[in-house]
Design a protein around this ligand. Sequence first.
Ligand code: ZN
Length: 214
Amino acid sequence: MGTPSDHAPLAERVEELLAAGGPLAIVAAGDPVLRRPAEPYDGQLDPALFARFVEALRVTMRAAPGVGLAAPQVGVELRIAVIEDPAPVPEEVRLARGRVPQPFRVLVNPSCEPAGDARAAFFEGCLSVPGYQAVVARAARVRLTARDEHGRALDEVFTGWPARIVQHETDHLDGVLYLDRAEPRSLSSNQAAAERWAQPTPEAAARALGFPLP
Ligand code: ZN
């Protein structure tokens, strides 16, 4: 909303961010930008700048590497996120977690709501909370509404790991971090998670660390 002059500072900041080229710096937990609801995107960036910004999000997500990245994670308070998951995991993990490949997608002004009561709990991590993972129970199915990068309406049901990714990224746009929803006793360093909790499901972790599963 507002006049073009209201939008100038944001567009200028994005221009500055993109000027260096290459992956953008990812903001870490503790920065208030990760705790404020982002503004709905309604053309604050002109089409060429928007396209360059989305490309920078893609490059940054791939370089990290991660399976999703929300604009506030690079310090831009707009409701824009990208997701992509090549899902290079063993078959048993793919089956247990529903971690199927997810092509590159741009989500503009996404919103998601649970589709059914089923919950799924798995370890997840966040590029803005480096070094740790924790178990989060989330809706197993969600209905996502959004716009794509061309302004076309999206209305889709996501299941499995892609459902987790879209919930995680939509949370970022609301100022929510996955830790807010995690089982605190599941918190594990990446090293501990890799050495001890690489099983397809977190049941052994739940028993050993003492946290509930749905
Ligand atoms: Zn995250």
